[in-house]
Design a protein around this ligand. Sequence first.
Ligand code: FAD
Length: 398
Amino acid sequence: MIDFTFSEEQEILRDSVKRFAEKEIAPRVPEMIEKRRIPREIMDGLRKQNLLGMTVPEKYGGMGADAVTTGIAVEEIAKVDPTASIPVMFLVDNAWSYLLSKYATDGFKEKVLPKIAAGKILTGIASTEPNFGSDIGSMTTVADKKGSDYIINGEKAYISLVKDIKEIGGGYVTVAKTDKSKSTSGVSLFYVPHSDEYMELTPLEEMGREGSTWGSIRFNDCPVPEENLIGTLNGGFKIVHLGFEFARALIAVISAASATTALGNGMEYMKERKAFGQPIGKFQGLQFQLADHVARMEAARTLGYKALWMYDMEQKEGRFSRFEVSNEVAIAKLLSTVWGFDAINDALQWHGAYGYTKYNPQELALRAIRSFQLAEGSREVMKTIIAREALGKEFMKS
Ligand SMILES: Cc1cc2nc3c(=O)[nH]c(=O)nc-3n(C[C@H](O)[C@H](O)[C@H](O)COP(=O)(O)OP(=O)(O)OC[C@H]3O[C@@H](n4cnc5c(N)ncnc54)[C@H](O)[C@@H]3O)c2cc1C
């Protein structure tokens, strides 16, 4: 049986996030652009609604939200924030906190999860390096055992939330080599809290995501207690994908929401703007573009929720295999980010020259959504996952 409806609790959550987003987030987008930060009052509001660390289990003070429920909250935020900065902060924090809730040691969970659930600290992901991104097995950041600590050395690059985590507090799910003689089977995950003493941050300017912070982190003999190992030693490669997939499926929903807002703006403009004696919305050339995008966004949103639902079903009931979930997530992320970019680009075009002016919503959204064809796994990596499932693993060897 297929049922595409949400539960009553989920609809209540959607209404409440929608009200918060429209009242508190939408009017403050210009301030976010000016300061290139998420305003403190918005962070406080997200905390009050338990939307930070919402995937942390109730036992540790969180909401224990599943992936679909997390998607509902971020969808409403994405509709009003064309910079995607708040959705990005939300998705990174929630997806990677979920991984901690599932695989961290009991001692770590007792100590850290209540703070994450209360929104007192944020969680990021530090995987990419200056010379390696998609190719995790080739990374060079190392974690060497010394007494009861691991000592981390290396550099991570293009990391989201660096300033937020430094200022608010928190840490990163950090991917490091614990067996240098091996590729992906020599990789482990650690929770590394921000440290002014052992970490050097270099901020990076980015193309979009005006309210986000981004940069690289150099780890200099950074000690991490054994208790911060996530999952098993050298078993990081398998479980890191659980975080990536959660994040990728959320990105699919965010991209569809952002593009749907841009299409809505475009439609309003088409009804008002006149050319050659009639509203431009009467030109069939534009109507057909619009119809294609509306149809694609309906498909992209549905695929995003399907991916989140399959993720939940695998996690809760073991109903799908890891590969089936990876494939569905890759399909959703690929189509939503590529189609979403095209939809926003056409919505910008319908606005004529005004569309090309700095800081109109379509221009902001176009630059923001472009990041999703790279972040949390590139467009091409999504295609390799889909092709692997379609053709079989033996076709993936070079
Ligand atoms: C806005 C933004 C935010 C980010 N935030 C984070 C973060 O918080 N934490 C983090 O760890 N990383 C983050 N990243 C990094 C992101 O995860 C990487 O950019 C991504 O994984 C690709 O890695 P790379 O940039 O090193 O490209 P590479 O892996 O070097 O790839 C270069 C190009 O080759 C393509 N390519 C690679 N392998 C294949 C293949 N097998 N077949 C075909 N094409 C291939 C890629 O798709 C890409 O186009 C962020 C990136 C962006 C843009």
